[in-house]
Design a protein around this ligand. Structure first.
Ligand code: NAD
Length: 337
């Protein structure tokens, strides 16, 4: 691979622990001789009027041009009256599906050893449409938008993913018994798409029951597809099943095949700048980016080195019960490459 021309990918180190874990990814990629040239973009100090957020237009253009990127966590100041950085990225790049693989990590013991599921979250609408207002004093309203177009798009992605990844079943998660119009439309779209994939079993599970089933027996599920807010909650629940936020990768899929991989955790301000963060989630997200680019050899090599480091148990960060610093953990992964 080293003789191949480098592939350009956008990198947002992000806030808080972001630069520390992004540094870990850069070091591991360099040591593994991955043919990626990073185009780094930082969150600005001022609002860019073209994006109405602290993300510059140039940084969004970079993702559009490269088609692939990796994103560290971005902090969202509460109630400051500007667009959330994550929402800006999702909207501007039309990142319509968030894909989170949740697999038990060999060698890291949790309650279950056999978690192997994929959550696919609709990423652009639902309760995240940002349409909230006060009706009268003491009464506020928030609009949940569900459209046929976005529901069909994410359902199609989920079934296509299941088919191309050898998965057998897709479960649509909903609360259509209460949200009859919105979740009802979401389900209708999932059913329509399911008919085109007779080889994939399709089922519908009410969200509260889904939570209970997941914590009792996660192997009941395979691929789960759901509207935005349910996806936010269920995917964190699934992260908890395999050992927490420090281990869970994700990838955002956009129109035109854009893939922006990101760790699911936030900027962890409590440990930022202390060399304590676990870089695994961002590293595994970077691995998923390599798989998207079909650089499977490099992806396998890095994933094996991470798994060996964690299962060996000698070098683990504090969130996994160890005492190692981010830099020591990174060094050990590099030694395992
Ligand atoms: P958080 O995920 O940052 O932290 C929750 C807890 O998990 C903290 O105790 C933290 O120390 C720990 N943690 C998280 N990642 C870790 C890692 N890699 N290694 C070790 N420990 C880790 O959640 P929060 O505190 O609710 O959010 C902080 C900020 O991050 C907020 O501004 C929030 O808006 C933002 N956020 C961003 C994203 C994103 O960019 N995708 C996601 C979630 C939260």
């Amino acid at each position: 691979f080293s003789s191949q021309a480098p592939i350009r990918a956008t990198l947002f180190p992000g806030d808080g622990i972001g630069p520390e874990i992004a540094d870990s990814v850069k070091q591991v990629f360099k040591a593994a001789d991955v043919p990626i040239e990073w185009e780094e973009h930082f969150v600005g100090d001022e609002i860019d009027p073209r994006t109405q957020s602290f993300l510059t237009w140039e940084s969004l253009e970079s993702v559009r041009r490269n088609g692939v990127g990796l994103k560290g966590p971005m902090a969202t100041p509460i109630g400051k009256g500007h667009r959330s950085l994550n929402l800006t990225l999702r909207k501007e790049l039309n990142l319509y599906a968030n894909v989170r693989p949740c697999h038990s990590l060999p060698g890291y013991k949790t309650r279950y050893d056999d978690v192997n599921l994929i959550t696919i979250r609709e990423n652009t609408e639902g309760e995240y449409s940002g349409l909230e207002h006060q009706v009268v004093r003491g009464v506020v309203e928030s609009l949940k938008i569900i459209t046929r177009q976005a529901s069909l798009r994410v359902a199609e992605y989920a079934f296509h993913y299941a088919k191309t990844h050898g998965r057998k079943r897709v479960s649509a998660i909903h609360k259509a018994n209460i949200m009859q119009k919105t979740d009802g439309l979401f389900l209708k779209c999932c059913r329509e798409v399911a008919e085109k994939y007779p080889e994939i079993k399709y089922e519908e599970v009410v969200i509260d029951n889904c939570c209970m089933m997941l914590v009792k027996n996660p192997s009941l599920f395979d691929v789960l597809v759901m509207p935005n807010l349910y996806g936010d909650i269920i995917s964190d629940l699934c992260a908890g099943l395999i050992g927490g936020l420090g281990l869970t990768p994700s990838c955002n899929i956009g129109e035109g095949g854009i893939a922006l991989a990101e760790a699911v955790h936030g900027s962890a301000p409590d440990i930022a700048g202390k060399n304590l963060a676990n870089p695994t989630a961002l590293l595994l997200s970077a691995v998923s980016m390599l798989r998207h680019l079909e650089l499977h050899n490099k992806a396998d090599q890095i994933q094996d080195a991470i798994v060996s480091t964690i299962s060996e148990g000698k070098c683990r960060t504090a969130d996994l019960g160890g005492k190692s610093k981010t830099t020591e953990f990174t060094r050990t992964i590099i030694d395992h490459l």
